[in-house]
Design a protein around this ligand. Sequence first.
Ligand code: PGA
Length: 250
Amino acid sequence: MKSIVVANWKMNPPSAKEARKLFDATKKIAAQAPAVSIVVAPPALYLNDLARGYRGTRIQFAAQHAHESDTGAHTGEISLAQVKDSGARQALIGHAERRALGETNEDTRKKVARALALKMTPILCVGERERSATGDHLAFVKEQVRAGLSDVSASALARVIVAYEPVWAIGAVSAMEPRQMHEMTIFIRKSIVEAYGERGHGVKILYGGAVDAENAPAMLTEGDVDGLLVGRASTDAAAFKALVLAIQNI
Ligand code: PGA
């Protein structure tokens, strides 16, 4: 099965010209790695231009954040319907940096449901702020998963992706240990299976947080994830190329 790599550009690069340059480099990388499914999440401002100008099939586009209402009095917001119209087929929902700005589990529930209704793929981001010796972080993640998926029917479940990103690893020097991720993959899958039965096994799980070319292969094999959510290493063409090529034969 193809590994998924979501390139979360966040608020980078600083101009449309540089965004185009980074995307051109990303296209070349995608051409060299047919076994990797690449999803680019550019700033919304660049999405329309990049997606409409793209004639290939290797790369898909995702929104980094979007509103569940199609239209309305929401100054500064962009809707899931609008990003879909601009070419996004996927949407990050509840990224830790959005949750830090006030996004709640209830918001993620609405956005996941709206994305599915629009035939988009929601990438529900979950992850604890810190680990606790008593296992509180497990209950915290379980609740994020439960709440985000609470309006998802069993038949739509296979279209959902869950991205586990421990907040303490985002932007950090090192990623989580693949062995620890393996435990988390089992835990998240078990939580979904408890709610949905066997269909829960079909949900794809990604890892995010300080992913690079060095740690990516072990994260996929030992961490047992279906893909990676990549921040910093996705906005540096050389680092992204090294990462994608490192996993293309896994
Ligand atoms: P990072 O970010 O790869 O720069 O740690 C990951 C993310 O926030 O998605």
